[in-house]
Design a protein around this ligand. Structure first.
Ligand SMILES: NC(=O)c1ccc[n+]([C@@H]2O[C@H](COP(=O)([O-])OP(=O)(O)OC[C@H]3O[C@@H](n4cnc5c(N)ncnc54)[C@H](OP(=O)(O)O)[C@@H]3O)[C@@H](O)[C@H]2O)c1
Length: 269
């Protein structure tokens, strides 16, 4: 049965970011009623002004318990039917020089927040006839990429946790989706990351292409969607023959290290 978008009430985290804003625009145009959350009030305010339909904005730092509870209470009031765990951060550079606090902030934002929010919302979502949870992962949730170790740890965790819940809730009205973009043109990528992608010949998608793919995944009720070629082929090869990818990425290592300096290394250089 096709998804009835106009009956969906969706909590979208990271709505103030590049991919979040594009997802909001696509879903609003399909008649979804949105609860938009992020930390940047002014960006959220500007976004809601241009969206068709009636939506709610809630400014929240989801790593803060009180803010998370405020969002959950609103979802209860609005009888939410869809959750898109999209908020995320990154930290690049050599593992050993990661700044203090980076381990906690990346794992908390990208993994613990989606886990906690999902646990709190499942009882509400189970009341809907067709409920969906989309977890926005990454190609780097399947391929360990040098100088992105904390981000990879969080996204590998997100993928495994999603797969487990997908199987735990099989046959119920609650469907889980794991959605993995490749590099995308948003501000999560520093200028150095963009230069690295150019030097390595890695394409970067537009946020609107990514949002369109997410909507298509929802339509088709696909459990998993990996974006981009050759990235999605590498995901498969890495799963079956990781030593082939080890060898290919070893050749890229000097280029990756040239661009992916930690904040501390940048200051020293
Ligand atoms: N861009 C890429 O290359 C790429 C590739 C693969 C996967 N992804 C994934 O796509 C998702 C969206 O990323 P993006 O590219 O759109 O990045 P972005 O433009 O930097 O947006 C990130 C969003 O996450 C929100 N956020 C971060 N920490 C938060 C916190 N503690 N509490 C609440 N919200 C928080 C930000 O809110 P504020 O702006 O209000 O602070 C912002 O709305 C992420 O999960 C990312 O890992 C991105």
């Amino acid at each position: 049965m096709a998804i009835a978008f106009e009956k969906q009430v969706c909590l979208l985290t990271g709505a103030s970011g590049g991919i979040g804003e594009a997802i909001a625009k696509q879903l609003a145009s399909l008649g979804v009623s949105l609860i938009l959350t992020g930390r940047n009030t002014s960006k959220l305010g500007k976004l809601v002004e241009v969206l068709p339909g009636q939506h709610t904005v809630v400014c929240a730092d989801l790593t803060q318990t009180d803010d998370m509870e405020k969002v959950v209470a609103l979802c209860r009031d609005k009888s939410v039917t869809m959750l898109i765990n999209n908020a995320g951060i990154t930290e690049t550079g050599s593992f050993i020089s990661a700044p203090q606090g980076a381990v906690d902030s990346v794992i908390e934002t990208n993994l613990i927040v989606p886990i906690t929010l999902t646990q709190k919302l499942i009882p509400i979502l189970l009341r809907a006839p067709d409920a969906r949870i989309v977890n926005v992962g990454s190609t780097f949730g399947s391929i360990g990429f040098a100088c992105h170790s904390l981000y990879c740890a969080s996204k590998f965790g997100l993928r495994g946790w999603t797969e487990s819940l997908m199987r735990e809730y099989a046959g119920t009205n609650l469907h889980f989706h794991y959605f993995a973009p490749r590099a995308t043109q948003t501000s999560i990528n520093s200028a150095q990351a963009t230069s690295m992608n150019q030097a390595l010949g890695n394409a970067m998608d537009t946020p609107s292409d990514v949002a369109q793919a997410l909507v298509d995944m929802l339509y088709k009720k696909q459990s998993r969607r990996f974006l981009g070629f050759p990235e999605k082929l590498f995901v498969k090869i890495n799963g079956a023959f990781p030593s082939l990818v080890d060898a290919a990425l070893k050749k890229q290592l000097p280029t990756i290290k040239r661009y992916m300096k930690s904040r501390q290394e940048e200051k020293l250089s």
